[in-house]
Design a protein. Structure first.
Length: 441
């Protein structure tokens, strides 16, 4: 057998394989001999069929099967021996006039190669590492929400200016259906607020989304509209009133502090503000790190230039998966996935160059921290090690969860490398300023 690579360009090649009789003849003969006692041909008793008739009836099919086995195994071994770093898997070139009776059988496979490229994590950039601070406005707002959440809700018959109104916003055409609670002060226009005054439970109030709130991003909170849709959204939504309450704020006393944070952890209003500030800034730091990672990803994708075997990959996408894709569907799928593929290659090279490795202890430590944080969000601020490790063990016994956690550990390790080498500019901002920067507004 002769096997060789034919370069087309730096990321596309063809593997050409020439198979001769000696590569498969022995196995074909063995298969035919095994077939002899089982062959059935009209006019002959089972097992008494002449060999030439057996070969005539079954020989070509057996030959095709054995040649394909030889070719598949040789292709796999060749890829391994040549240490080919492939994108996708080899695609057989189709020859409608292939002659299976020829002395030499030639097979060709298209392959796409991982490109060679250089990444420069220290290249000049305008990336910003945000330090997000909780200002007095945010802290006071959180205290007000806590007092309302733990206060006493007194139901009333009609909506008043200070009512908490619970109900559901609906617009079937846009797929909006979200239950929420708000006060009339949330609306930008007093005329909109006035539409709700004196309404009772069961009433339906229709409002328009354009200019509904001071900030269009509030549509994401109250109507669960995606960020891409909030700007300029101009549709009517029907709000059905389901409950009307007037809140009696909870007192800021030791009983409330203990309920929120555990006995004796917070003992005064100043300590409450400090605790809110600390907790908020921990969450903000995570969000800022995520933005930093995304900004570095975008920078590296934009500034790390390399060619991909795009036409090969589009063709390959048509051959994989349960549902075969049309050329048009494959084109669209490639367009959706190209950016992710580029960063996957950059990420892999960055990990190799930075000698980043993931150990089971890394995974266990990361999962433990994630579980503790999640438990704290649900009020379990002091779980025992036994409780936490029991949950960690269950999580890490699930392969999908292990994969998800591993990806997060990789991202966290890469983030530390990026922080060090990309040398981003540090900027201290409020949360509102961070939100505006995150959405480019």
């Amino acid at each position: 057998m002769d096997i060789k690579r034919v370069a087309i360009d730096t990321v596309n090649e063809t593997i050409v394989m020439t198979v001769v009789q000696m590569d498969y003849k022995g196995q074909v003969t063995k298969r035919l001999n095994e077939k002899m006692p089982l062959a059935t041909v009209k006019g002959f008793r089972k097992g008494q069929v002449p060999k030439d008739l057996v070969e005539k009836q079954y020989g070509k099919g057996i030959k095709i099967e054995e040649v394909k086995k030889v070719v598949d195994l040789a292709l796999e071994r060749f890829v391994q021996s040549e240490r080919l770093n492939l994108l996708g898997t080899p695609i057989a070139k189709v020859n409608e006039n292939f002659d299976w009776d020829a002395e030499e059988l030639t097979f060709e496979y298209e392959i796409g190669l991982v490109p060679n490229f250089v990444i420069d994590l220290e290249a000049k950039n305008d990336i910003v590492k945000y330090i997000v601070k909780a200002d007095d406005k945010l802290i006071d707002g959180q205290i007000e929400r806590i007092q309302k959440q733990f206060g006493k809700a007194n139901p009333v018959e009609k909506v008043t200016a200070d009512s908490d109104i619970t109900g559901t916003f609906v617009n079937e055409e846009k797929g909006i259906e979200n239950k929420t609670t708000f006060t009339l002060s949330v609306f930008k226009d007093k005329k909109t607020a006035d539409l709700f005054l004196d309404k009772e439970v069961g009433a339906v109030v229709t409002v328009n989304t354009k200019g509904l709130f001071e900030d269009d991003h509030q549509l994401m909170d109250y109507l669960k509209v995606g960020h891409d849709d909030v700007h300029g959204l101009d549709v009517d939504v029907a709000f059905t009133i389901e409950a009307i309450n007037v809140s009696e704020p909870a007192e800021l006393n030791q009983e409330l502090f203990d309920k929120l944070f555990g006995e004796g952890k917070v003992a005064s209003l100043e300590e409450l503000k400090t605790k809110i500030k600390e907790d908020a800034e921990v969450q903000f730091a995570q969000q800022a790190d995520q933005k930093l990672l995304m900004d570095v990803q975008d920078f590296l994708i934009e500034n790390t230039k390399f060619e991909l075997p795009s036409e090969f990959l589009k063709k390959w996408l048509q051959t994989v998966g349960e549902k075969k894709l049309s050329p048009e569907e494959a084109e669209a799928e490639y367009a959706r996935s190209e950016k992710g593929l580029r960063f996957q290659l950059i990420e892999g090279k960055a990990m190799a160059e930075s000698n980043i490795q993931i150990t089971f202890e890394d995974l266990k430590e990361f999962t433990t921290a994630a579980i503790k944080q999640q438990m704290a969000q649900f009020g379990q601020t002091n779980p025992t090690d036994e409780e936490v490790q029991g949950i960690v063990a269950r999580v890490l016994s699930n392969q999908e969860e292990v994969k998800r956690m591993s990806e997060q550990v990789v991202a966290a390790k890469l983030l530390e490398v990026f922080k060090e080498k990309a040398n981003p500019t540090t900027k201290e901002v409020t949360y509102d300023e961070f939100v505006a920067a995150s959405y480019g507004e």
